[in-house]
Structure formats: C-alpha cells, structure tokens
Design a protein around this ligand. Structure first.
Ligand code: ADP
Ligand code: MG
Length: 639
C-alpha cells in the first residue's frame, strides 16, 4: 500500500515537471526545433547525402534548389546540405562536450571550495579569479595559441574559460549549505566528508548545475563556432559550422548562401537551446513549481460574483461574510477557506483556533489579499472594514491599509525580517511607507517603538541585524513593526509558536498590555486553546476551512458545544490538575481537495449519526448567542 502510494507520488511529481515545461510555449518551440536538428544530425550517416568533403570544381558555387544540391554548393563544389548535417554534428558534439567538461570540473571545484572553505577555498577561488581576470574569448585564443589549432584544443579552451561560471555558482550554494542542520545531522550519523559531499551537498546543488548548464550550452556552441571561424578550431577539409561560416565570408557578395546557411543553422541551434534552457530554469525553480509560470501577483486573484458585495452582519469594525479561498493546482481544487463568517468588534481580542491545516492562516491572509496567487484565489464573500469591502477596493487603497490601519505579525520573525538590514532600519522603513517624515525622525520613532516592546538598550539594539537577536527579541521587533503606524486592527498568526514557553508568556503579556493601552482590535491565531484562554475575549473555532463554533472564551471553555471544540480543549494540560487526562483526537483532518459531504468532522467524531452525513450543515445561532455547526449539539450540551 505504502509502496504504491510512493510510486504514485513520484509519478505525479514527474508529470508536474513536464506539465509545467509544456505550459511554456517558447520552451516547447525551442525543444521542437532542437529535436529536429539533433535527429537530422544523428541520421546523417543514413541519409542519402553525398560525402561532405567530396570536391567537384565543375559545379562550384551552385545556387540553392539546383538539381542534386538543394542547398547549393560551396567554392570547392562540395554539397552544402551534406556539410551542414556533418558540420552541425561536429559543432554540437564539441559544444556539448565542452559544456559538460566545464560543468563537471567547475562544479567539483565549487563544491570542494565551498564545503571545505579556508585555505582550500582561497587557493581554488583565487585560481578561478585569475581565469576570470581575462576577457574569456581572448583567454580562449591564448590557450589555443599555446596548444595549437585543432578541434580538440578548441574544446579544451572553451571548457577552461567556462569553468569559473560553474565554480562560482556552485560554491555560492555549497557555502550556504554546509551550515545547514541536515549537514550537521549527516555528520552526527557518522558519514565522512566524501559521503556528505555526494549524498547531501550534491543533490542540493544539482538543480543549479543543470540550470547553469542549460543557459550556457548555447553560448559555448557559439564560442566554439567563433574559434573555428578564426581558423583555430576545425581544420580543412572537416566541416563545422564556424569553419563553414569562415570559408563563406569571402564570398558574401558573389555567393551569399555559402555563409548564410551555416549562419542560420547557428542561430537556430543557439536560439532553441536558449529558449529550452530558460524554460528548464523556470520549471526547476521550486518557487514556480506550485504557481505555474506566472509571476506571483501583488494581490490575491479574486473571482467574485457581483451581487453579493457588501452583505450580512456589519456591526463590527471588521465583518467577514462567507469568505471562500481556494487553491487551484492543476486539476485539483483545495478549499482551504470554505465560507467563513465572523465579526471583529472594536477593542476586542478575537481568537481563531484549530488544528494545523484548518485554514486559519489562509483566512487571515485573505483579509488583505495576501494569499499567493497563483495558486490562491478568493471566490466568494466580502470583508467589510469601515464601509469598504477589502476584496473589492483598488490596489492603491489596499496598499495604504496594509501595514497602516491593519497590520500583521507572522509566526517566524527570522523569515519575515530582512536579514541584511538592521532592525532599526526596517522599522524606519515601515514607518516611512505610511507617514511623511524625515529619515532621522523615523529612526527616533523606531527606537521609541523598540522601547515600547521592552527591548533593553533600544538605541544600540536598533543597529543590530535580525540574526544578532534572540527569538523572543525578534518577535518583539515584529510586534513593534506591526504597531509602527498605530493600526486599528492587528492580526497575529501564531506569533508565539516558534518561541519557548517562558518567552511565549512574556510576549503574550506584552501584547495584552499594548492592546489594552491602544484601543486596538486583535485577531489572534493559534492552535492552542491554552493561549486563547489567557488572551482572548471571543473565540472562533475552525475545522477543515469552516467555522464550527463561535462564542465568548469563558462560555466556550466552560461548555464547548461542538464535539471538535470539546476535544481541542481536552488536549490542553491544566496547571494544578495533574490528573487531567489529555486525550488526543483520533484520525487525521480531511484532505482539503476531497472534503466529505455534510460534517467534515464526522469521521473522527464519537457522536456521529447518519444525519451528520449528506447535506450541508449550517452554522446555527443558539439562544445564548453561541454559534455552532453541529446537528448533535443538544446531545453534546447534555453530556
Ligand atoms: P493553518 O490553519 O495551519 O494556518 P493554513 O491556513 O495554512 O492552515 O492552510 C489551510 C489549508 O490550505 C491546508 O490544508 C493547506 O494544505 C492548504 N494550502 C495552503 N497553502 C496552499 C498552497 N499554496 N497550495 C495548496 N494548498 C495550500
Ligand atoms: Mg498557519
């Protein structure tokens, strides 16, 4: 069973690579042209063509489309069609061999230099620098001058001058890889350096090598042709594209076809390889894998029906009505947020809780159109903030709200803070984005903000880079950044999950105090009911992209009405109650692209009955004001 699954996944992965490549029309065009050329060259010995070197001065300089010579003949009466086929063969073999040679030697130097560092790195990279100090074509000429003209020597020269490109690219990646945790883990497992290089580092740099190769191969074919053109590569009578071009040069007026035909062939080969290479590069880039070949949009794509604009309940500062966000990948549709409604009131803290994957982050990101598109798409609903619907306002209006009146704190500040700017600089930038003031006053304001989130010695700390701060401090910086423009609404997406328990408690206390003092509204996302209890006034419980329960925290904690909420609360350890049994929820959340009919929690629920399956279950408002999406709510309450 597992083996089958693995096989399936592998196949679908491979399909997706080609499917992505197939979507790039230019790459496919390149692939087709290149395939035709390669097939023709491979078949050259079998095709009914004359000997490429057979001279016949009686028929010299025949025009194309003459009898027996459809591409004409050259100044020695040799058949150009035959010479093109054989010449392209030579050019391709030399160009590709030189590229592979450069790729292998260059990557080896890059990996070794990057991984071992120190003196080895210094020695190898200074050697590479020396190669790079000369214009490469001059260097290639010098190398051929030393080795003597000839195809093989041209191949070596081209390969040598291209080694630095591979060495530099690969070294850059290897340097960053060697500090990664999986390399430490491999060392701990007892692997030696050679094993680590081949099993851990190489697979990670391979895509870079392939990408560099695919984009330089065309260029190397061109350089080989260049050397032959100058008479330093293929020697007469052997044909290659460069030497044919060189021979035809003198006849450009009297018999232009002799040089234009190899010229066109060089153009076709280089163009098709470059188009294909660009396509492969785009497809191999992991960021593009999920999102087809489109650039990520600055705002989530929307596909909203017109009529349902501003509707529903709108007494809060933020009113979310039947919000639906989907991910469209290939033929699969993941309904990550499936008709979510909630209100956020001024000055309150609203908790959003649910297991990992229940759609909390996507809900939060959808509010300001921050879900990556593609593959994300908002397909219905409205998000009303002060009479305007955030899903329907202009990009400009949205930009002024983002980070201004509505701001975010993300889970992992090491990822969201820029590694190359000091934190003070980043805070100042956040301020200057929304307010008109001098850089000097923005910097002062940044220090005040750091003070406010209780970072000791703020003027000095402001000059620190994110990596110089501890996890708790970084999260404080993100909080400061979110508060920089006095927002009305703060959205915090699991801001304490990456922190240890004591730091988490401090950050929560800080958040609570800041909100009380500033009359701000907070949406606080977490998977931990314990945190909700400490911080929030009301809570929204999410499961499989839907709100399943909503009410005040005190009420929900004392009497959860949805079986899922009950289970979530049972998972939380309680201080002073060591005997409390912590029960885990059996089973797994459903696949978002294949949700069951009726209640999505039914397969894991111990109260499930036939009525829970089948048609859609609505979010009902009970007399107490609590909202619950469950047909068996009365039985849960009675328990
Ligand atoms: P959480 O509640 O843990 O924050 P998310 O909101 O991040 O969960 O994710 C909700 C669902 O959306 C998950 O099932 C996740 O697999 C899916 N999802 C998120 N991003 C993508 C994406 N780019 N492509 C496909 N599915 C996604
Ligand atoms: Mg999340």
């Amino acid at each position: 069973m597992t083996v089958e699954r693995k096989g399936e996944r592998k196949r679908s992965h491979r399909v997706s690579f080609f499917a992505l490549l197939l979507r790039n029309r230019l790459a496919i065009f390149g692939l087709m042209v290149l395939s035709i050329i390669v097939v023709l060259c491979l078949l050259a010995p079998l095709l009914p063509v004359t000997d490429p070197d057979k001279t016949d001065l009686a028929i010299r300089l025949q025009k194309p489309f003459t009898e027996n010579h459809w591409l004409g003949t050259d100044h020695l009466g040799r058949d150009i069609w035959s010479r093109i086929l054989w010449g392209t063969r030579v050019s391709l073999v030399v160009g590709i061999s030189a590229s592979l040679f450069a790729a292998i030697i260059g990557s080896l130097i890059g990996i070794l230099a990057g991984y071992f560092g120190g003196r080895a790195d210094n020695l190898m990279m200074r050697g590479i620098d020396m190669l790079m100090a000369f214009p490469y074509i001059l260097l290639a000429l010098a190398i051929v001058a030393v080795l003597g003209p000839g195809l093989m020597n041209a191949l070596y020269a081209i390969a040598i001058v291209n080694i630095p490109f591979f060495a530099r690219n690969v070294r850059g990646i290897a340097v960053t890889l060697k500090r990664r945790e999986f390399i430490d883990a491999a060392q701990l497992s007892g692997k030696n350096n050679l094993q680590i290089l081949f099993t851990e580092v190489l697979p990670n740099v391979l895509p870079v090598i392939v990408i560099t190769l695919s984009t330089t191969i065309g260029w190397m074919i061109l350089e080989t042709a260049g050397l032959s053109f100058l008479g330093l590569g293929a020697q007469p009578p052997q044909a290659d594209l460069g030497s044919m071009l060189g021979e035809g040069r003198k006849l450009i007026i009297t018999a232009p076809h002799v040089s234009t035909i190899p010229g066109i062939m060089i153009f076709l080969i280089v163009m098709s390889i470059n188009l294909l290479g660009d396509g492969i590069r785009d497809t191999l880039d992991p960021r593009l894998k999920a999102g087809a070949l489109l650039r990520p949009a600055s705002r989530t794509q929307t596909e909203l029906p017109d009529q349902e604009s501003i509707a529903g309940n709108d007494q809060g500062i933020l009113n979310v009505n039947s919000l639906k966000t989907e991910f469209h990948t290939g033929s699969r549709i993941f309904k990550a947020v499936n008709s979510v409604d909630f209100q956020l009131y001024t000055g309150e803290c609203l908790g959003v809780v649910g297991e990992s994957g229940s759609g909390k982050s996507v809900t939060a990101l959808s509010l300001l159109g921050l879900v990556a598109s593609p593959p994300g798409k908002i397909v219905s609903g409205s998000v009303v903030f002060e009479d305007s619907d955030l899903l329907r306002i202009s990009d400009r209006q949205l930009r002024t709200l983002r980070g201004g009146r509505i701001s975010y704190i993300f889970q992992d500040p090491l990822v969201t803070l820029h590694p190359l700017y000091s934190v003070g600089e980043q805070l100042a930038e956040a301020i200057l984005c929304h307010r008109f003031m001098s850089h000097h006053s923005a910097w002062k304001e940044a220090i005040n903000l750091l003070d406010m989130v209780r970072i000791p010695n703020a003027p000095v700390r402001a000059k620190n880079y994110p990596f110089q701060l501890s996890g708790g401090m970084r999260q404080r910086v993100s909080i400061a950044m979110a508060l920089a423009n006095d927002p009305d609404i703060l959205i915090a997406d699991e801001p304490t999950t990456a922190l240890d328990v004591t730091v988490q408690a401090e950050v929560l206390r800080l958040l609570r105090e800041l909100i009380r003092g500033k009359d701000m509204s907070l949406i606080f996302i977490t998977h931990d009911f314990g945190v909700i209890g400490q911080l929030c006034d009301r809570v929204v419980v999410m499961y499989a992209g839907k709100v399943v329960e909503q009410g005040s925290v005190v009420d929900v904690l004392t009497a959860p009405h949805h079986p899922y909420t009950r289970k979530l609360i049972e998972c939380v350890p309680q201080l002073g109650n060591p005997d409390k049994k912590l029960v885990e929820i059996p089973g797994l959340p459903p696949a978002m692209d294949n949700l069951p009919d009726g209640c999505a929690f039914a397969p894991r629920c111990d109260l499930v009955q036939d009525q829970c399956r089948g048609d859609e279950i609505v979010l009902e408002t009970l007399e107490s004001g609590r909202k619950v999406r469950c047909r068996r709510v009365m039985e849960v309450v009675a328990r």
